[in-house]
Ligand binder design. Structure first.
Ligand SMILES: N[C@@H](CCO)C(=O)O
Length: 383
């Protein structure tokens, strides 16, 4: 069991405008562009799409060692490595990916795309709309996880990868991993689903709906068409992140770390903050610096739409088609994607060997933090 870290004060930062611009060519990222418009599940098509991706290790001559890692809502392609130009955060699974680590890059070729609809190099609402001199903004089409996975299949084709040795993802990344295993069963050699669900529940849709409401209520949202205005809906996005972040952590953790303590010299009875409020302010400030509100809306709506059984005769029938050996795991303190959802998933996937429990005080974020336990699951699947 991990110990809960002590709270640290946030350093001061320059102001944020939130007028997000697409394009971030400075990193080690590469891009896959599709010449063919993507036909969308909800109807219509998306022309000129581009996926940013990163890779670690070398693809074997027989192309049998490729692993696909899929990020969650506000993640990106930067799974491993330090923060730097083009990479606003350090690799979110850095402890798992690298030489000698669970995903040993001396052996495995690890590929991580930024999700379609995202804002770290892949086509999303902040990207230029083909045929115009403006961003897509509010005209960006409604996407589903299946559309996102279809775009990722195009990337796999372009890389010459017919079959992944492993497809792994947590939370929203788990939704896409599951869609990969159902839509392309012959292309998935093993499957790791973490802290995810067969379909978004009423409560998940409810929390997400409040976040969407906060963004859309910001006067700078302008129906999603704010990218050229010089100011985006940073207040709304910040509120959404505060709320989301509470759902990502556990009640006992927040109580142990912060309790009722006031922040620094502030007085909560006279307009000051509690420590926990300051902690949420910090996470909100960090997100609005690196994330586009339009992408947050598109990706959140796609998560709400997630239902692996849609149009497939229900989840049981859809997941019966999964051929790959599968591991389904959840975090014992996760209140957003509770273990009951992973138990249900494991029961519906014939090749899954029950549910594994990641022990963590951190709630849903445990799938990002408990890398030792997750590493053991990866190693078990790749053995
Ligand atoms: N902290 C994660 C949680 C969502 O799974 C994220 O922001 O993507």
């Amino acid at each position: 069991m991990s110990t809960v870290p002590r709270a640290r004060p946030a350093p001061p930062r320059p102001p944020v405008t939130g007028a997000w611009r697409d394009g971030d060519p400075a990193g080690r990222r590469r891009w896959h562009s599709s010449g063919t418009p993507l036909r969308l599940e909800a109807g219509g098509e998306l022309p000129g799409l581009r996926l940013a991706f990163e890779t670690w290790g070398r693809l074997a001559p027989d192309r049998s060692n490729a692993v696909l890692v899929l990020h969650a809502l506000t993640g990106d392609s930067h799974v491993s490595g330090p923060a730097g130009p083009g990479h606003p955060t350090p690799g979110w699974w850095d402890a798992l990916v690298g030489p000698g680590r669970a995903l040993d890059t001396d052996r495995w070729f690890v590929v991580a795309p930024n999700v379609l609809g995202g804002c770290q190099g892949s086509t999303g609402p902040a990207s230029p709309r083909p045929g115009t001199d403006r961003a897509w903004g509010g005209a960006f089409p409604f996407l589903t996880q299946r559309d996102q996975v279809a775009a990722e299949a195009g990337l796999a084709d372009a890389l010459g990868i017919e079959r992944w040795a492993l497809v792994a993802g947590g939370s929203m990344g788990g939704m896409r991993a599951m869609e990969w295993a159902v839509s392309y069963p012959e292309r998935v050699g093993a499957l790791l689903l973490l802290a995810t669900t067969a379909s978004a529940s009423a409560e998940q849709i409810a929390w997400a709906g409040i976040q969407l409401g906060a963004i859309r209520a910001d006067p700078h949202w302008r129906g999603g068409d704010y990218h050229s205005t010089g100011r985006g809906p940073v207040d709304g996005l910040g509120l959404a992140r505060r709320l989301a972040h509470v759902t990502y952590r556990a009640e006992a953790e927040l109580q142990t770390r912060f309790g009722r303590a006031p922040q620094g010299g502030e007085d909560p009875w006279h307009g000051g903050r509690y420590q926990v409020g300051s902690y949420l302010d910090h996470h909100a400030e960090k997100l609005v610096r690196r994330f586009d509100a339009g992408s947050y809306v598109v990706l959140t709506e796609a998560m709400n739409a997630h239902d692996v059984g849609r149009g497939r005769g229900g989840a049981r029938s859809a997941l019966a088609g999964v051929r790959a050996p599968a591991l389904v795991a959840g975090v014992d303190s996760d209140r957003l994607y509770p273990l009951s959802q992973q138990r249900e998933l494991a029961a519906l996937i014939p090749s899954a060997d029950g549910v594994r429990v990641v022990e963590s005080p951190y709630g849903h974020d445990g799938f990002l933090i408990e890398t030792e336990q997750v590493g053991r699951l990866v190693a078990e699947l790749l053995r």
